[in-house]
Design a binder for this molecule. Sequence first.
Ligand code: ZN
Length: 217
Amino acid sequence: MADRAVRIAACTCSRCGAELDGLDNDRIFTCRRCSIGFDVFTEPFRIHPIRFVEPVLREPAPLIYLPIWQFLIRAEIHGNDSSRLEKAKTVLPESLLVIAFKMHGWSVFGNLNLLYANRRVDLKYAEGVSRPLVGCRRTGLAAQSLVDYILLAAIDRTVDVTGLTLEIHTDQLLLLGYPYYELDSRLKDAVSGDEFRCIAVDDLAEIRAIEAGTSRD
Ligand SMILES: [Zn+2]
């Protein structure tokens, strides 16, 4: 006898009835028409708004959009060491990105979450974008569970956090379609210019195939 239940979810949008986009191992399926994502592992499906980020840099290369969670952060730091406290406060971000696509080899390719936590870039959302967003392997809740660790690790790069107390409140949660240029074997962040190896992204071929399907429509 099977020891777990398998639920077959209807892969259509509950708002508009369109077929949802998603890969086999995705946790979030998305409606390109409504720009929303559905967590198909919750009952009822938890709905997340999607925003596509406007590329800032221009490159003569194809763009690909990968899913990243964005949290608005309200954080307070307490402690007795006033000099370290002041320094730590200056590096507290107002929002935090946690990648939702599957990436491996942090030790080789670098930790993208930490990289994003340590830089200040104003993200602009593109208006009226209707395109697929797939490859979302991490739920919003799973991403949220990483927020404390990422913030602490990011601050610790600037100031020793030993003995300091961090109080973190996370607010709005958005699923971003984040733009990267495909340059040979590298992906280049179309906002910050940071680059990493394509090989680090597990689902890139499938994501690329879905995006290619869109441009043929
Ligand atoms: Zn829809």
